[in-house]
Design a protein around this ligand. Structure first.
Ligand SMILES: [Fe+2]
Length: 401
């Protein structure tokens, strides 16, 4: 049994409409002159890159841009970006501008700038010896929470798998969140990233209590604890109230702002508590289906809640409140679980996302292999409140099929 929990906050957080215009004074306060900015072509085409560059021009900063980020960047792109940074500029500050992939790439480049070597040298947990280079993360999507989390995901193309680098030193020094930068996100991307943020918050909240996590020594994902629970519940409420509006009325700034805040709080929660079965199962499914990560975690979420519900009856009732489900709709804990599951299914349908594995190209024959692979992801599996077994996971996947 573990006696203590700890909570790692992130660096400075700046949040609000127009926050991007604080970038110049922020860099000045960090005594930065040479800036390396990492983004992607979509951000360049949307006009957001030129907005940021015009702000930087006013401060006479020396700026070099890498705009060739691709989703879940392969190691070759990480090395290309790192070599470009080294050849162009002796950066005081690195900026990641974009979705989770640009921010993750910026994290790994900031790691290599500080410590050298190759991304492979740092795979897994706790392989980073000391702080990375100063990093400012500016998200343009509401979902990954990468602007505050301790994780970066890259693709190991030699072995054809996604690999995480997880370490509290990876949390950016500054998260600069401006809801206005998310107004242009198309509905499908808003839906996938938003439901993933909800999955982060719900999995962090329903994670096994920290006392019962079976692991020795310092661990990154510690299970449910008071601060992560509080942040997760607030995130669930914000996302539940605003996701459908953000998808259906993309220019609704209030909904966009609440989604960005919800995803930030979810990021702080899950990067301490961890996620569980929905994320563990999503990794092998994502390898087969090529669906966006959030489409898979969102699809699995109601089935995983149903799978776990009997071990978490009090928390399920509290979850149904956070999802704003009327208390009159359920008298018993079984009713509460059914109401939560039906509510999330309804959300998925309203935001146009699939609710069945068969509709994202998974075949029935693949289910046992998916269950087997997911069970090997110990850092997530040990967090799941109900003990995961091969038969239990296959049954869960058959229900989701
Ligand atoms: Fe996720």
């Amino acid at each position: 049994m573990r006696d203590t929990w700890s909570f790692f906050p992130s660096g400075k957080i700046i949040f609000g409409n127009g926050a991007i215009h604080k970038l110049g004074e922020l860099l000045t306060s960090m005594k930065a002159q040479h800036i390396f900015l990492i983004t992607d072509k979509g951000i360049e085409q949307s006009g957001m890159l030129s907005l940021v560059l015009s702000i930087l021009e006013k401060g006479n900063f020396n700026v070099k841009v890498f705009d060739a980020t691709i989703p879940e960047p392969p190691i070759s792109v990480v090395l290309e970006c790192y070599e470009y940074a080294k050849s162009q500029i002796n950066a005081d500050v690195i900026i990641g501008l974009g979705g989770g992939s640009s921010i993750d790439l910026a994290k790994v480049v900031a790691l290599l700038v500080a410590h050298g070597g190759r991304p492979q040298d740092y795979f897994g947990e706790n392989a980073i010896p000391s702080p990375i280079a100063p990093l400012i993360a500016i998200p343009t999507t509401a979902g990954t929470g990468s602007e505050v989390t301790s994780v970066a995901v890259v693709t190991d193309t030699d072995n054809n798998i996604k690999v995480g680098i997880s370490n509290n030193y990876l949390r950016p020094a500054v998260a600069l969140l401006d809801p206005e930068l998310t107004l242009q996100l198309p509905p499908y991307v808003t839906a996938c990233s938003g439901i993933d943020a909800l999955a982060h918050a719900i999995e962090a909240y329903l994670a096994k209590d920290f006392k019962y996590i079976q692991a020795e020594g310092e661990i990154l994902f510690q299970g449910s604890a008071p601060i992560s629970d509080t942040l997760a519940l607030q995130a669930i409420e914000l996302i539940s109230k605003n996701l459908i509006t953000a998808v259906q009325q993309g220019t609704n700034l209030e909904a966009r702002s609440n989604m960005l805040l919800g995803s930030l709080l979810a990021g702080l929660a899950f990067s301490n508590a961890g996620t569980a079965a929905a994320h563990a199962l999503a990794y092998p499914i994502g390898g087969i289906a090529k669906s966006p990560h959030g489409e898979v975690t969102g699809l699995l979420l109601p089935y995983v809640i149903d799978f776990n519900a009997r071990t978490m009856e009090d928390k399920i009732r509290r979850l149904s409140q956070a999802l704003l489900i009327p208390a009159s709709s359920h008298q018993s804990s079984v009713d509460a679980t059914q109401a939560v599951v039906a509510h999330i299914m309804d959300m998925l349908q309203q935001i146009g996302l699939p609710t069945r594995l068969s509709s994202i190209g998974i075949t029935k024959e693949q289910l046992p292999e998916i269950a087997e692979k997911a069970l090997k992801i110990d850092r997530l599996i040990r967090n799941n409140p109900r003990t995961a077994t091969l038969n239990g996971f296959i049954e869960l996947l058959e229900k989701a099929y």
